[in-house]
Design a protein around this ligand. Structure first.
Ligand code: HXC
Length: 255
């Protein structure tokens, strides 16, 4: 079985990490396949939202430690791993992580690189790289702080504190927590609901919200306003306001 599987469900693309014998540890091949699958869905006009998941036991238990053991500084510097993560971040349609079980190290960084996280009650989130004499290398010191705040991020990365699913909810790392048998269904339902909305608005909203982490407020507000103006050039905007005034459901075309 390939280590990354894809399926489509109407307008939703599902990516499953599939290395159960290694708790879905992310080696270079797996990361590349995830990114390529996400880009392929992004380029498919029929797909409007992506769900990324693992299995009940593990979303991903981090980077593949076997591969790390065989790596040296030159190999790390020359690898295109950073580019891969940037390509994942450049995906324009929303990505929802459906997380159950272990979500550690690079796995937690991957979940945080998604736009929303639906967690099962069994999910455990952590940045245990310190135990290996390394540190987070794909957002675990940056995105984590923005999500949970400095104090908790420090404790997770400096002292390998794992968060339960409900702690992750309290600290705003995840959107919601559901029983383990429902986490994927919940993520797919959320994805399907967003997929029914005006596609160009969805893309612009994702871009604008992510911009809030990149730019100062004045720049972010300007960028938001330009994206807002642009939507007035779309047929969907005309349809959306007309449908409201005519008291009917809009029919989105993505134009
Ligand atoms: C390679 C891994 C792995 C990993 C687990 N396995 N995590 N292999 N890389 N990250 C393997 C185990 O060696 C074992 O193989 C099998 O998966 C099952 O794991 P167990 O340890 O037996 O399971 P369990 O006792 O339930 O413990 C679960 C666990 C533990 C707490 C998640 O596996 C663990 O601590 N894993 C490492 C977590 C970690 O340190 N992650 C951060 C990696 S560094 P065998 O052959 O014995 O069955 C990182 C840096 C990111 O992520 C940098 C940017 C990308």
């Amino acid at each position: 079985m390939p280590p990354v599987l894809t399926e489509t469900h109407d307008h939703v693309g599902l990516i499953r990490i599939n290395r159960p014998e290694r708790l879905n540890a992310l080696n270079s091949d797996v990361i590349r396949r995830i990114v390529e699958a996400a880009e392929a869905f992004d380029a498919d006009p029929d797909i409007r939202v992506i769900v990324l998941t693992g299995n009940e036991k593990a979303f991903a238990a981090g980077a593949d430690i076997q591969e790390l053991a065989e790596s040296d500084v030159v190999q790390q510097l020359l690898s295109d791993r950073l580019t891969l993560w940037q390509r994942f971040q450049a995906v324009k349609i929303p990505i929802i992580a459906a997380v159950s079980g272990w979500c550690l190290g690079g796995g937690n960084e991957l979940a945080m690189a998604c736009d929303m996280i639906i967690a099962s009650e069994t999910a455990r989130f952590g940045q245990p790289e310190i135990n290996l004499g390394i540190m987070p290398g794909a957002g675990g010191t940056q995105r984590l702080v923005r999500a949970v705040g400095k104090a908790v991020a420090m404790e997770m990365a400096l002292n390998s504190r794992f968060l339960t699913a409900y702690e992750a909810l309290d600290y705003h790392l995840v959107n919601r927590v559901v029983p383990v048998e429902l986490y994927l269904e919940e993520a797919m339902n959320l994805a399907a609901s967003i997929a029914r909305r005006a596609p160009l608005s969805v893309r612009h909203i994702k871009e604008a919200i992510n911009q809030a982490f990149e730019a100062p407020l004045s720049q972010g507000l300007l960028d938001e306003r330009r994206l807002f103006y642009l939507l007035f050039a779309t047929e969907d905007m005309r349809e959306g306001v007309r449908a409201f005034l005519e008291k009917r459901q809009p029919r989105w075309q993505g134009r």
